[in-house]
Design a binder for this molecule. Sequence first.
Ligand SMILES: [Zn+2]
Ligand SMILES: [Zn+2]
Length: 206
Amino acid sequence: MAIRKFRTWGRRFSLLKKPEFLIEIFASFTREEDYPLVPRSTLHFHKFKEQCHLLTESRTSWSLISNMLTQILVPYHVQPFMIHTISTRAHEIAGEPENRNRNTIPILVSLTVEQEPFLEDQDEPEISDHVLQLVRARKSAIDELEKVKVEGCAKPCVICLEEIVNGSEATRMPCFHVYHESCIVNWLEKSHLCPLCRFEMPVEFS
Ligand SMILES: [Zn+2]
Ligand SMILES: [Zn+2]
């Protein structure tokens, strides 16, 4: 239902000739088979046209990019870093002097998704399922997240892929997944699901 709504907006706005991005996404899905040990890969390609400001404002960009990735069947758990990167780059590209007066700004996105071999027998993800789950977490639940001191081997935060430095303070979800505080707060303001395991945080109106 949400996808249909975005399409309608896109058409209405294009009549006003506001600048838009032409986004071409090439997603390569690789899967290593046990026998023979040769990676198989399939390529998914999709073109999207979106108003520039919808893609550069954090209020709208995360759900918009997540919808695009879901349409080309990128699994939810690998989306956080891609969304972070695409929205950041889109913002930079829109601000480049040579793009200021263009009506259409082309963006090429090339991404690789490594699939687990056991996923082969599973059903294709249901698109409506993913789209409906982009509901922000309740503010009080975000405020109450546990702060922990990171000890032991340093791990990357899957949202920004930067290391969570040993000895620093990080934020732990009730499912025990740990992220940088700013990364997970920003994420939960768009989606109430843990980026790693889809643990459900309480939502605003329940
Ligand atoms: Zn982070
Ligand atoms: Zn989790």
